[in-house]
Design a protein around this ligand. Structure first.
Ligand SMILES: NC(=O)c1ccc[n+]([C@@H]2O[C@H](COP(=O)([O-])OP(=O)(O)OC[C@H]3O[C@@H](n4cnc5c(N)ncnc54)[C@H](OP(=O)(O)O)[C@@H]3O)[C@@H](O)[C@H]2O)c1
Length: 302
């Protein structure tokens, strides 16, 4: 696994991805304008990789933030690496491009850098992104994800996306795609929950063996949304071992948690809507870069 001087990693299709990305998921209770503001801050301080999704409902705000930073000369479109995700209600192959085009329209982009299947669980198509029955249970759809993948490949062939990948796939689901007869493009990466409490060691080894990058989310222990997280579970950034390592190296626990993944060859995402923390998290890039330049410029094996 190699990082270059821009702290990017080459994917199996030849395109490069910045190793640290800024996440834009925010719970419904948080004003979307905060996401827009934070995205601008992230670009201002130096992040170039933005992780979004159709279902986050923030693509208009994120798109506005990016265009503002293009308009004021901070970046060009080609400097930004934007990931979008296929919603679960759009898994039927004839709906895949529709979801992508809706994202492109909201973002006011003519292409995405990366488009990934968000979750390997299909839901009933329709306007409701979480379709429920009268008992409050999700209504699933039956879709062969290999056909969904072929529609993703067609989006790449149409020039609407540069790279395609998956998220929340286990080994069996990845193998299903990899063993598909007539596979045109392998997934470039698999975006999964990954942190010291769930280090995904086996999945990482499998992905490496297939030249698929692992991309980690909830690296800082997530936003601990009450809807998803049992509030009695330990808080990652308060973990005593992480704290001890942070003290030893004079770093914050967040920087240790981020660096841990980079050193394993994993692309990391983080979310913060706080300027000070966004700036703090940037240090993981700078420290890595300085160390790399000191040790073995221009690249280092990790
Ligand atoms: N593919 C998927 O299914 C999936 C699922 C979940 C997430 N994701 C992606 O991954 C991104 C990040 O994951 P996540 O949202 O679960 O959150 P995360 O990055 O693990 O944690 C975010 C929390 O950590 C806090 N934080 C950030 N930097 C910090 C620092 N230096 N010190 C202390 N606290 C800090 C943030 O607070 P403040 O905002 O208050 O600063 C935020 O509440 C998402 O936004 C999304 O783009 C993808």
């Amino acid at each position: 696994m190699e990082f270059d001087n821009d702290h990017c990693i080459k994917m199996n299709d030849g395109n490069k991805i910045p190793a640290v990305g800024f996440g834009t998921y925010s719970p419904d209770a948080v004003q979307k304008s905060k996401c827009e503001e934070a995205t601008k801050v992230a670009i201002e301080v130096g992040f170039r990789h933005i992780d979004g999704a159709f279902v986050y409902g923030t693509e208009e705000e994120v798109g506005r933030a990016i265009h503002e930073k293009i308009a004021d000369g901070t970046v060009k479109r080609e400097d930004i690496f934007y990931t979008g995700k296929l919603g679960s209600t759009f898994h039927r192959p004839e709906l895949v491009r529709n979801c992508l085009e809706q994202s492109l329209k909201k973002l006011k982009f003519d292409y995405l850098d990366l488009f990934i299947i968000h979750i390997p669980v299909s839901l009933k198509p329709g306007p409701d992104l979480s379709p429920m029955d009268e008992n409050g249970k999700l209504i699933f759809d039956i879709v062969d994800l290999r056909q969904t993948w072929e529609a993703m490949e067609a989006c790449k062939d149409a020039g609407l996306v540069k790279s395609i990948g998956v998220s929340n796939f286990n080994r069996r689901q990845l193998e299903m795609i990899l063993n598909k007869p007539g596979l045109k493009y392998k997934p470039v990466l698999n975006q999964v929950e990954c942190h010291p409490y769930l280090n995904q060691g086996k999945l990482l080894a499998f992905c490496k063996s297939k030249d698929i990058l692992l991309e980690a989310y909830s690296v800082l222990g997530s936003q601990r949304d009450k809807m998803w997280i049992d509030q009695s579970t330990p808080v990652l950034l308060e973990d005593p071992v992480l704290g001890a390592i942070a003290r030893k190296y004079n770093q914050s626990p967040a920087l240790v948690a981020l660096r841990y993944q980079l050193q394993r060859g994993i692309v990391v995402l983080f979310k913060s809507f706080t300027r000070k923390r966004i700036e703090e998290n940037l240090q993981v890039k700078q420290e890595g870069r300085e160390k790399r330049m000191r040790d073995t410029p221009p690249c280092v094996q990790i």
